[in-house]
Design a protein around this ligand. Structure first.
Ligand code: F6R
Length: 367
């Protein structure tokens, strides 16, 4: 049942070329340059007239939502808020019929997310559900939606569901941007082309980096704390990397926007602290390179996720995990893969039950 893998988590990490492909299949057509998402068509008038989009989710799904905020604001020029469902539902938020809520949930059963959209719906908002489990409560509560086609996720820590969420959120952003006319043709084509190739790129990372990451993990399995830093599109990936490591290895880890480190966390840096930089090439790459230099100057150990061919960031880091060079908007769906593997191998090295970490449940149906 684990298909020859030692754990469901590893099996699910390795399924991602397929699950991302499945989530794009029949929807993304890079030849015709078209995107089919019937859920978006269904509420297109609401989306185009929306004052804002509010993304509601928990945990890893919230991280997918945070990335979607960056992408939707950039490509669609719509105001986007990302809310922890548990906070949103209890704070009497201001919601009108001009709001579109996107609920992101693997299980479709997370209690806080479900009640959050139920409340928003009562106040007139339109609900779009991005859910993995077909027929789940959140799917049924939604006015429209799109399924992620990740298949059943058994590992408690979410991996393939997350990348499937990103794939569909990219499709949604591209489709809405096209409808609104906020994206130029060149960028639209470029992003579609890169997105269509993501399954191949993920396969390349798995083929070429798995053994390397296993060795990196062996060096850091006894660490007490970890810091994960990223900027822009890679900031949500830094948060996700830290969450994954906490869950699987029980090592304390924090994710931060790279530039925020100077405002506090830098006090933690010494020669014992591994700092993971999600440092793929983007428009502010030199900024993260200088953040890496700041950590090196304080003798921190730097593990960097870098784009292929980036000798600058790679040259500064103690350990390097390489991903293919793609457009900065698409890069995060690749940069998370090495972090999933890193957490997995550190958890295994520590002798832990990576498929069922202590205290965690696959779906949180209680508040
Ligand atoms: C982390 C993880 C959790 C879930 C969260 C939301 O690896 O799995 O943080 O992402 O409980 O669950 P869903 O997406 O089912 O609403």
């Amino acid at each position: 049942e684990k298909g020859g893998f030692d754990h469901f988590m590893l099996k699910e990490i390795f399924e991602q070329p397929q699950t991302i492909f499945d989530s794009l299949r029949g929807r993304l057509d890079p030849v015709q340059q078209s995107i089919t998402l019937s859920g978006v068509d269904k509420i297109a008038d609401k989306l185009l007239a929306a004052n804002r989009i509010i993304i509601v989710a928990c945990g890893t799904s919230w991280h997918a939502g945070l990335l979607a905020e960056y992408v939707l604001e950039e490509l669609c020029r719509i105001n986007v808020e990302v809310e922890y469902a548990s906070e949103f539902r209890y704070r009497n938020p201001i919601i009108t019929d001009k709001d579109v809520i996107i609920a992101v949930s693997q299980s479709g059963e997370t209690a806080d997310t479900l009640v959050a959209i139920e409340n928003a719906k009562k106040q007139g908002a339109t609900i779009f559900g991005l859910v993995n489990v077909v027929g789940s409560s959140i799917a049924r509560m939604s006015d429209a939606g799109a399924y992620t086609h990740a298949g059943p996720e058994i590992g408690v820590a979410s991996t393939k569901a997350f990348t499937a969420q990103l794939a569909v959120l990219y499709l949604l952003a591209l489709k809405v941007a096209k409808l609104k006319g906020t994206i130029d043709t060149t960028l639209y084509h470029r992003l579609m082309t890169d997105l269509a190739k993501v399954p191949e790129y993920v396969q390349e990372i798995l083929d070429e980096q798995d053994a390397i990451i296993k060795e990196v993990a062996a060096k850091y399995s006894d660490a007490r704390d970890f810091l994960f830093l990223g900027r822009g599109y890679n900031f949500p990936i830094a948060l996700e990397g830290a969450l994954k490591l906490k869950e699987i290895s029980y090592i304390h880890a924090e994710g931060y926007p790279a530039a925020e480190m100077k405002h506090g966390p830098i006090a933690l840096v010494d020669d014992q602290l591994p700092v993971v930089f999600v440092a793929t090439k983007d428009s502010y790459h030199e900024k993260i390179v200088s953040n890496i230099q700041e950590i090196k100057a304080r003798k921190g150990k730097v593990i960097a996720v870098v784009s292929q061919g980036d000798n600058v960031a790679a040259g500064l880091a103690d350990d390097v995990m390489v991903v293919p060079l793609v457009h900065e908007v698409i890069a995060p769906i690749l940069s998370v893969i090495p972090l999933q593997l890193l957490s997995y191998y550190i958890g295994v090295n520590r002798g832990l039950d990576v498929d069922k970490p202590r205290n965690l449940a696959k779906s949180v149906t209680v508040e």
